[in-house]
Design a protein. Structure first.
Length: 1005
């Protein structure tokens, strides 16, 4: 919108050459002082002759003195930008622009020589100014282009707040309002004639403007002009009220195919047209088009993204009222989404009455029609609101009588994928011309560059708000229209007992025809809904029929000769046998042919035939030939997944599709078309790898790793410095990190684990030096494991405790033995989310319990240069148990319990030494070991799929039995009692890697 405002239409209105004039002060509190440019009143200043074009008038107070329009064009501002100043007086106009300057120095009225820019546009600045009862007018076809900038409010004008009549055949702007403009309670806020182009910037407000001077255009009255309004405009309670007739509560044009363009997020509330005796047309807008090229290029009504129209109405006491919001036979365009709620028109078109072309797009925003009414008992309340009793819902009325010799209503509805256009209110048509049928185009539109685009969104006609058998409720579910309707993509959904299209049996004059054609996309009819058309066509495999419970089509001629695709979604929900189908009543002819495609390639295609219901024979009701008129037959049934009648998939149930006509009612005529699934009767031959469940069972490996992270680190605390420390007790705390990169092996899914946490502990000498060091530790690790091959994530929260012991025994002055061991317990809370391809997510929660027992013996020998060599052997025994659990949602599985057992023997050598760093002891050690699993039971669990009615063994990945481990530890004695330490461990098993890190602080006492 901004590009449109400032580009193609906007004449150059820069202020490059505008003169910088003198400043004058109007202040009623001061005495007039011409020498100081101070005047008590504005009229006194205007009469003094001191003002020149381009000067600036600073208002220090409201001024009501002006008796005539100004003769020179000047700028106005308030002395306090936060406080607006009001200009009023006996004059009805502040300016009357009459003539364009022909040559430099030529006379104009008013004098604009000081405010002209290099292109001849008059630039006026008004900052924090209110014009009360005063207007700005360009009253001559050769008036200058005028631009007003600032924060301006027009209120209480009795004859147009702004009037422009400049002729601009080249499409240039006649008047531009840039800034924040407010129009309150004016007898027409804007009056534009003679091909005028008027541009208003963002955030404009039109409130309470009315059309009593003439009965047209409460806020904007146009005779061939083009009004362009920016984003976030508000139109509130503007109206036209007249005995003889009322047109366009906000905007009206009828002479030279004028147009209105409004930017994004516009709001129209409480606008109306009201007449006691005459017609009332367009509660917000009324536009007439007479075929000129100008209107064809711009369109009559163009609305930007996401507007809302709420509580607008058109009412006449004695005759007709059309279009609660819009009445137009010109072009109407909603560029992206719209909301129409609770609008009203007495006769038809609760929201819109159209006689030309209307494009309604939902590209990034949804569109909604709900609560828009016609008829009933209308009551207007004292507070300006209204109510309707027993009204009939109506969103759009296509009226062929509006300039019927020139135009035919053409309604286009197009929604992009994941967007929706919803009609809770029906559409209707009237005064159709049999020679020029109306058209309803669904999910196809032409963009601004002339490209035809098809869309994949959903267009809904719903009767949900109007359930019941009272006459007005039944009528509120009836889209009683006659048009050629074509669906080009996406979904047309008819739900909750709606009727879509005029019943052919109600059309007495057979010259009037209508059609419903599905070129591509889904026709979904459910909930007792009916589609009516003179002819009904499914145009081939791209046309999808999706009938639900109580679905009806009434037509004279049904053409299914090119085949179609059948979507059995509602039948699958109903049960394994039969289910709802379409009741097709073709009075004259029903032609069958081509193949019936089975819609088995949707979002859940990988799992479609894995459903347990496909293990048995099934029959689906496609349609019933109510009138017994079908001729020919279909060529067969074809699975879209395989391209043939056969379905063969090792991960699913297998079988063959066919079709048949059946005499379901026993009258001797085969009227029911059925799709038949003949199951092979064999179980699924393979488990889909996505279902195998490796991520769940692998959780025992990461639980065991968490326990080893704490258990290994507490043993590392039992270093030579700690075992020889003369202090009896020690407190410590550390941060922990646990990371695993386990590749998939043997067809079993691997995993990547990342976890972090903490541990705290205390140890003490118990019973003297010969008893060694005893300690206790607690910790927690929080992490998550991700599936290597599929979409799955398991969040794990592990809480741990450990008891540990160590003792140093001297062999000689240069050699000693160290014995140490630990017992660690861990409980892991698992929360797994699995996302199978094309399926909703499923979640499962369960606990793991893990025990780890470790014992190590080593001999340390001091060597030359301060080095220590320590060969060691360790025993590590892990036992883990996983609870049984059931997944919720998606294709949830039942998992049985699982167990892990592993006995590992690391054997290796540690090299270490103690140096000094800044006078402080600094110990370092590096140990390298071979790790072999001498005993191992890889976790397995029974897995059952209720969805597929099959079970299998889910296995965890099996790491290599042999590995290499490297561990580096370091500690720095900060003082007699405090020390800091850290460590890193790496274990490599084949192409898989396991990392553990720690860092902490301890205090001895």
């Amino acid at each position: 919108m901004r590009r449109f405002l400032l580009g193609a239409l906007l004449c150059s209105v820069t202020m490059a050459t505008a003169a910088s004039g003198a400043e004058f002060v109007v202040d009623a509190a001061q005495a007039t002082d011409p020498s100081g440019n101070v005047y008590r009143t504005l009229d006194e200043l205007a009469s003094s002759g001191a003002l020149s074009s381009g000067d600036t008038v600073i208002l220090c107070n409201d001024d009501s003195s002006l008796t005539s329009a100004l003769k020179v064009a000047v700028h106005f501002c308030s002395n306090d930008p936060a406080l607006s100043r009001t200009i009023s007086g006996s004059s009805s106009s502040l300016y009357r622009f009459n003539r364009m300057p022909i040559r430099p120095g030529s006379q104009t009225s008013p004098d604009i020589s000081g405010v002209l820019d290099e292109n001849g546009a008059a630039i006026l600045k008004m900052d924090s100014i209110i014009l009360n009862g005063m207007s700005i007018m360009t009253s001559d076809p050769f008036s200058p282009c005028v631009k007003i900038t600032g924060n301006v409010q027009f209120e209480n004008s009795l004859a147009h707040a702004i009037s422009s009549s400049r002729v601009d055949l080249d499409g240039a702007v006649s008047m531009a309002l840039e800034g924040r403009f407010v129009f309150l309670n004016n007898n027409h806020a804007l009056h534009v004639v003679d091909r005028t182009n008027l541009v208003i910037g963002d955030n404009a407000l039109f409130r309470g403007n009315y059309g009593n001077r003439v009965h047209e255009g409460g806020a904007i009255m146009s005779y061939g002009g083009h009004v362009i309004i920016g984003d976030h405009a508000v139109f509130d309670r503007n109206y036209v009220s007249n005995v003889e007739g009322s047109l366009g509560g906000v905007f009206y044009d009828c002479v030279f195919a004028g147009a209105i363009t409004v930017g994004a997020d516009a709001v129209f509330t409480g606008n109306f047209t009201f007449s006691t005796d005459g017609n009332a047309l367009g509660g917000a807008m009324a536009v007439r088009k007479d075929g000129l090229q100008y209107a064809a290029e711009t369109g009559a009504i163009t609305i930007g993204p996401n507007p809302s129209f709420i509580n607008n109405f058109a009412y006449s006491g004695k005759t007709v009222a059309y279009g609660g919001v819009i009445y137009s036979d010109g072009d109407i365009s909603f560029s992206d989404g719209v909301t129409f709620i609770n609008n009203y028109a007495k006769t038809s078109g609760g929201a819109i009455t159209m006689g030309g072309k209307c494009d309604l797009l939902a590209l990034m925003k949804d569109a909604l029609f709900s609560g828009n009414m016609t008829g009933g008992v209308f009551t207007r309340h004292e507070d300006g609101t209204f109510s309707v009793e027993n009204g009939v819902a109506n969103a759009i009325d296509m009226n062929g009588s509006l300039f019927s010799s020139l135009y035919t209503p053409n309604l286009t509805l197009a929604a992009e994928e994941r967007r929706e256009i919803r009609f809770n209110d029906p559409i209707t048509s009237r005064n159709e011309d049999p020679g020029r049928p109306m058209t309803l185009t669904l999910n196809r539109y032409t963009d601004g560059e002339g490209n035809v685009r098809d869309t994949e969104g959903t267009i809904v006609f719903s009767g949900e708000p109007y359930q019941g058998e009272e006459a007005h409720l039944v009528a509120s579910r009836y889209s009683n229209f006659l048009a050629n309707t074509t669906l080009y993509g996406g979904v047309l959904l008819l739900e909750h007992d709606v009727v879509f299209g005029r019943n052919p049996e109600e059309i007495m004059d057979k010259r009037y025809n209508s059609s419903l054609t599905v070129e591509k996309g889904v026709l979904e009819i459910t909930g007792g809904s009916t589609a009516n058309a003179s002819s009904f066509t499914l145009s081939g495999p791209g046309a999808v029929l999706r009938p639900g419970e109580s679905a009806f089509i009434n037509t004279n001629n049904a053409d299914l000769s090119r085949g179609f695709t059948f979507d059995m979604r509602h039948q699958l929900q109903a049960g394994p046998v039969f289910g709802p189908g379409l009741m097709l009543s073709a009075l004259d002819s029903f032609t069958a042919g081509g193949y019936i495609g089975v819609a088995d390639t949707g979002a859940n295609a990988p799992w479609f035939y894995a459903d347990r219901s496909w293990k048995q024979d099934r029959v689906f009701h496609v349609l019933t030939d109510v009138e017994h008129t079908h001729e020919g037959d279909f060529d067969g049934a074809v699975s879209q997944a395989t391209g043939t009648a056969r379905v063969d998939d090792p991960y699913a149930y297998t079988g063959t599709w066919s079709h048949r006509w059946t005499d379901a009612d026993g009258d001797g005529y085969a009227e029911q078309l059925q799709l038949v699934w003949k199951a092979d009767g064999t179980p699924i031959s393979r488990v889909d790898p996505e279902l195998a469940g490796g991520l769940a069972v692998n959780s025992l490996w990461s639980s065991a790793s968490n326990a080893a992270t704490l258990g290994g680190n507490v043993l590392s605390r039992l270093s030579v410095p700690r075992l020889t420390d003369r202090h009896a007790r020690n407190l410590w705390g550390m941060g922990l990190g646990d990371f695993a990169r386990q590749r998939s092996r043997g067809g079993v899914d691997g995993y990547d684990y990342n976890g972090g946490g903490y541990s705290v502990g205390a140890d003490s000498g118990m019973g003297g030096e010969d008893e060694g060091i005893w300690g206790i530790a607690f910790g927690q690790l929080y992490g998550h494991a991700r599936s290597r091959d599929f979409q799955g994530r398991n969040t794990q929260d592990t809480r741990m405790g450990s008891l540990y012991w160590g003792r140093l025994m001297e062999e000689s002055n240069r050699a000693y033995w160290i014995f140490k061991g630990s017992l660690t317990w861990a409980e892991t809370r698992n929360n797994m989310t699995s996302r199978l391809s094309g399926a909703p997510a499923s979640t499962g929660k369960w606990n793991n319990e893990t025990w780890l027992a470790q014992a190590e013996v080593s001999r340390t020998a001091d060597c030359a240069g301060g080095w220590r060599l320590t060969p060691f052997v360790r025993m590590e025994f892990t036992h883990g148990r996983q609870d049984a659990f059931r997944e919720q949602g998606g294709y949830g599985r039942d998992f049985g319990g699982a167990a892990l057992k592993r006995l590992s023997i690391p054997v290796g050598l540690e090299i270490g030494r103690t140096d000094e760093w800044k006078g402080r002891p600094w110990a370092q050690s590096l140990r390298v070991s071979y790790v072999g699993d001498v005993l191992r039971d890889v976790p397995e669990a029974t897995v059952y799929s209720p969805y597929s009615d099959m079970g299998w063994r889910g296995r965890a990945v099996s790491p290599e039995r042999h590995g290499l481990r490297a561990e580096y530890n370091t500690s720095l004695q900060c003082n007699e009692r405090w020390s800091v330490y850290g460590g890193y461990g790496l274990e490599v098993r084949g192409s898989s890697f396991y990392h553990r890190v720690n860092a902490g602080v301890s205090r001895s006492f």
